[in-house]
Write a protein that binds this ligand. Structure first.
Ligand SMILES: Nc1ncnc2c1ncn2[C@@H]1O[C@H](COP(=O)(O)OP(=O)(O)OP(=O)(O)O)[C@@H](O)[C@H]1O
Length: 205
């Protein structure tokens, strides 16, 4: 199933950020979000991921298909890497974490507490979460932050394999991952300034 956004408007902290967002991502494809700092990339990704509702418009194809990797790595500091991945696997009704450990070269780190990892190691474990979800739509916010060049390559390999299997990805990134992707620039979709909308509808700030 494809991801479709039709005339979507999004807000952050009660302030409209983007309006008139129309896009479609088909299985096997990647959409790269571009725009300057503060343009609304994170806000749009959070909305696609279901962490906040759109102000207006329709999002189809994300419910029950999306796995989100935001700025935070989504790891419990007092659980080991393996325990963290097993936790996320169970949340999504899966159990195998071996492939995810292999893909991000985490096998030797699997018994380490996540809180004791370096920033790049945490990021690798955070990205490995996507693999254990079994979900087809990966929504990622600056996924390569803290990764060294080799780890960026592991990430690109994972993404390529995911797409080859019919997966989809929407990514906010400023770096070239060496993948064929459609670029969607949100710069011109900035919402007109309006009054504050009142209480925020966001589940997680
Ligand atoms: N928690 C918040 N409460 C209120 N406003 C926020 C909040 N988080 C972000 N904003 C504002 O919402 C707007 C869009 O922010 P967003 O994080 O979506 O941009 P971005 O394109 O992802 O930026 P960057 O490239 O810097 O990560 C910005 O003006 C930002 O200052």
């Amino acid at each position: 199933m494809s991801l479709r956004l039709r005339d979507v408007a999004v807000a952050r902290g009660g302030v409209p950020v983007l309006s008139g967002v129309n896009l479609r991502v088909e299985p096997g494809n990647t959409l790269i979000l571009r725009g300057p700092n503060g343009a609304g990339k994170t806000t749009l990704l959070r909305t696609i991921a279901g962490l906040q509702p759109p102000l207006t418009g329709r999002i189809a194809g994300a419910e029950d298909t999306v796995a989100y990797a935001g700025h935070a790595d989504g790891l419990k500091a007092m659980l080991s890497v393996a325990e963290n991945l097993s936790f996320w696997a169970r949340i999504y009704g899966q159990h195998d974490i071996g492939a995810a450990l292999d893909a991000y070269h985490l096998t030797q780190l699997q018994d380490r507490l996540a809180g004791s990892l370096s920033a790049g190691q945490k990021r690798r474990a955070g990205l490995a979460r996507l693999l254990v979800t079994g979900r087809p739509l990966w929504v990622m916010d600056e996924p390569t932050v803290s990764l060294d060049r080799e780890a960026v390559g592991w990430f690109a390999d994972c993404l390529r394999a995911h797409l080859a299997g019919g997966g989809m990805a929407v990514i906010a990134t400023h770096i070239d991952l060496g993948l064929e992707a459609t670029v969607f620039d949100i710069t011109d979709l900035r919402a007109a300034p309006t009054e504050l909308l009142g209480a925020s509808d966001e589940a997680f700030l």
